[in-house]
Design a protein around this ligand. Sequence first.
Ligand code: SER
Length: 262
Amino acid sequence: LIEQINLEFEIKEIYHLAAILSTRAEISPKIAHDVNVNGTINMLELALKQSKSQNKKIKFFFPSSIAVYGVINKKYNYKEKESLNPITIYGSNKLYAEKLGIYYSKYYDQLSKNTSLVDFRSLRFPGLISAKTIPSGGTSDFIPEMWHSIKINNSYECFVNQNSRLPFLAMPDAIHAINKLMNAKKVTSRVYNVTSFNPSAEEFFELIKQHYPNAKLKYNINNIRQKIVDSWPSNIDDSLAIKEWGWSPEYDLDKTINYLRK
Ligand code: SER
């Protein structure tokens, strides 16, 4: 199929969003590798072929993740190059895919000095929350699941403890970040953290209760998923994106709740 697409189309940009998310990937690590790594290299090869045939660098967007981190100090705001010790296959896949993207942008065919390479650009997304889509297969799912489950059933059984805290972005901001990065004239780092707010499970529930006062929350902790959340940072440092291409989130937590309610 990819070969056919390559022959039929002149591709301007590639947005490669397909992936097996972190919890689901732990159930089938080999399938996760096939999709998250082999799927990515297949798309990078397509980008490279297009770059060569058009004689210009094809822009390639890749969503990486906070899962690339494996942290010791949950309270520290991690920068892009710090503590890259993922404990999940998903995090390992994403970290390697970032490296592949950089390789295809800077070093591919380095012996023959080929200049038609790929213009790879990646965001390390935190958890994402959408008003429309109920997530599945991820580990940051407890925040969006809580919102949607309470909205529909007025109750939620949370699989991590009340202090679990991860960075988040509202979906419109994730899209805004992708567009901003892809429209930036030049990028130097190629991989950037982006974030906005980071409530704990309990804090998020307290906010939801302001809108659904009878909402019920029960904790039924899954130790493995807890361990995964505990290995990811509570917050990340996105100053590189701010500095290099003017990233700034539009949705803080209050604005996100308003967006979710609509
Ligand atoms: N949100 C993803 C997950 O939980 C991490 O990138 O799997």
